[in-house]
Design a protein around this ligand. Structure first.
Ligand code: GAR
Length: 202
């Protein structure tokens, strides 16, 4: 089984989808811990209810990004993780951090990358007037929202949509899409060739 560490900053619905799929036996993995950078975030109570160790790391408690990241690296080292899943983790990890887990960090972004990187992706989509939006699961590289794409799912955008209604529609696709990507990773189906991911088709 692959050892998975979840990273989240907010409500934790993607972390929950991954956790539930592990419990149901869909994912050949084991969740070792959850890392959260926001004291009081919903994902912390969720992970506690699953009896999973929670590591809360408040960036404000550290003098530098480097010290903050080193604390996380030291805290998760004992778990010998095969996979770090960023599930609504709203911080950019440095190249140095990523180099410790090369090709072992994946992220979900609520847009069809490479469109709408960064914050408020769903608002960016509404404001751009695109007719199709969606989500992307990708390997993490030092550039924000730029790594090799594993899976994407699309949803329509309607004229009546607001940022919130579109975000809710995209979220219903995020959960199964993220679960499928983690499932493929944990079965060693994914290979990275340059900026491309192979092994995602049935
Ligand atoms: C999700 O929509 C996720 O795609 C997004 O944050 C939300 C977290 O929800 N992530 C990003 O915007 C990353 N840049 P959750 O806490 O319920 O999983």
């Amino acid at each position: 089984k692959k050892k998975i560490v979840l990273f989240a900053s907010g409500r934790g619905s993607n972390a929950e989808a991954i956790h539930d799929a592990v419990v149901e036996g869909m994912i050949n993995g084991e969740i070792m811990a959850l890392v959260c950078d926001i004291p009081g975030a919903g994902c912390i109570d969720l992970a506690k209810s699953w009896d999973i160790p929670v590591i809360v790391v408040d960036r404000k408690q550290f003098d530098s990004k480097d010290a903050f990241e080193q604390f996380i690296l030291d805290a998760i080292a004992p778990y010998e993780a095969d996979l770090l899943c960023l599930a609504g983790f709203m911080r950019l990890l440095s190249g140095k951090f990523i180099s410790h887990y090369e090709h072992k960090i994946i992220n979900i972004h609520p847009a069809l990358l490479p469109s709408f990187r960064g914050l408020h992706a769903q608002r960016q989509a509404v404001e751009a007037g695109v007719k199709i939006a969606g989500c992307t699961v990708h390997f993490v590289v030092a550039d924000m929202d730029a790594g090799p794409i594993i899976l994407q799912s699309a949803v329509p955008v309607y004229e009546s949509d607001t940022e919130d209604t579109l975000a809710a529609r995209i979220l219903t696709k995020e959960h199964p899409t993220y679960v499928r990507a983690v499932e493929l990773f944990c079965e060693d189906k994914l290979t990275i060739e340059g900026n491309l991911v192979k092994g995602t088709e049935d």
